[in-house]
Ligand binder design. Structure first.
Ligand SMILES: Nc1ncnc2c1ncn2[C@@H]1O[C@H](COP(=O)(O)OP(=O)(O)OP(=O)(O)O)[C@@H](O)[C@H]1O
Length: 299
């Protein structure tokens, strides 16, 4: 059985007045891209600070590669590429100086991968760190996190400040790193990016993990769901009458919704032959739907 590379067991860090994280358990297998979704103040950064060994849990354990995230934090640093939710650069002048300084700290002597990342993010590293825009700072932090080629990446809201095109570049990079076998933990409050790249996503609300979702099942559902609007109410009634699918829901005079196993799509299309349709649309249960439902239950 594959052991978990990251394992939080009943972790609590209580800041009082209901703030913090409570009884958080998360298991992550090597090579997994794990999303951590939550609203503002839900406990994402607190969880990540426990993972990075910046905070000591009051209860529970955090283990990374079998080591204790708090006690072995110095050692573990070399296994983890990290982007903080909020960061401050050291007192250095330019992006280049910072990246060279950080590369030295990581023991990097071959700068090929760093250069590739700089090119990928179209980053001008010659700019003074203080004068960098929010997006440029974020890109610099991302280059620093990825350039060490560490086997684990822990990313706290990594797309903050990135424009939509750069967000795409970042998601492509995540896919590439996954293909290399990296384990990635990323927090976000953007459903779409989690849905695009993650294997599994945990939903945190008010410091508690309220649901864990198999994201691949959302991307590739076993059942497909279609909204169909016929030209006339008579056609809709005829269709529903003649083809007794188990899961037909009438949603209006001319409209209905049909849920079928994905492999039965051709059967549905054949049944629709001969009808004049005004609309035929595949509907999609999104991560957002799961999220809202999980939050509702959590309340
Ligand atoms: N050191 C601290 N002392 C007291 N309260 C804290 C501390 N750190 C975090 N908190 C509180 O714990 C809760 C969770 O904060 P956290 O930063 O983990 O949330 P988050 O999900 O990362 O939020 P955001 O999306 O806004 O970054 C918040 O109510 C926050 O105010």
């Amino acid at each position: 059985m594959m052991t978990n590379i990251i394992e939080l067991t009943s972790v609590t860090k209580d800041f009082g007045k209901g703030r913090g994280i409570f009884d958080v358990s998360i298991s992550i297998k090597p090579g997994m891209v794990y999303g951590y979704l939550g609203t503002n103040g839900s406990g994402k950064t607190t969880t990540i600070r426990n993972l990075m060994g910046f905070l000591k849990p009051q209860q529970g354990t955090v283990r990374i590669k079998g080591k204790d995230a708090w006690k072995d934090r110095t050692e573990l640093k070399y296994d983890i590429g990290y982007v903080a939710g909020q960061f401050e650069f050291p007192r250095l002048r330019t992006g280049t100086q910072f990246l060279r300084y950080y590369a030295k700290y990581l023991g990097i002597t071959d700068f090929t991968y760093m250069e590739r990342l700089i090119e990928l993010f179209k980053l001008d590293t010659s700019v003074n760190l203080k004068r960098m825009s929010k997006g440029m700072k974020q890109k610099t932090a991302l280059v620093a996190a990825f350039m060490g080629d560490q086997e684990i990446l822990i990313l706290d809201e990594p797309t903050t400040g990135l424009d939509p095109l750069m967000r795409e570049v970042f998601l492509k990079l995540v896919r590439e790193e996954k293909a290399k076998g990296k384990t990635i933990f990323m927090s976000s409050h953007i459903f779409q990016e989690i849905e695009e790249v993650c294997d599994v996503a945990a939903i945190i609300h008010k410091g508690r993990v309220v649901d864990t979702v198999d994201v691949d099942k959302i991307r590739n559902p076993e059942n497909k769901w279609f909204g169909i609007t016929f030209n006339t109410a008579w056609d809709r009634a005829d269709f529903v009458d003649r083809f007794r699918f188990d899961t037909v829901k009438i949603v209006g005079g001319r409209s209905c919704e049909v849920t079928i196993p994905a492999m039965d799509l051709m059967i549905l299309l054949q049944h629709l032959k001969g009808y004049l349709l005004c609309e035929f649309q595949e509907k999609h249960t999104t991560l957002e739907t799961y999220f809202k439902e999980a939050i509702r239950k959590g309340e």
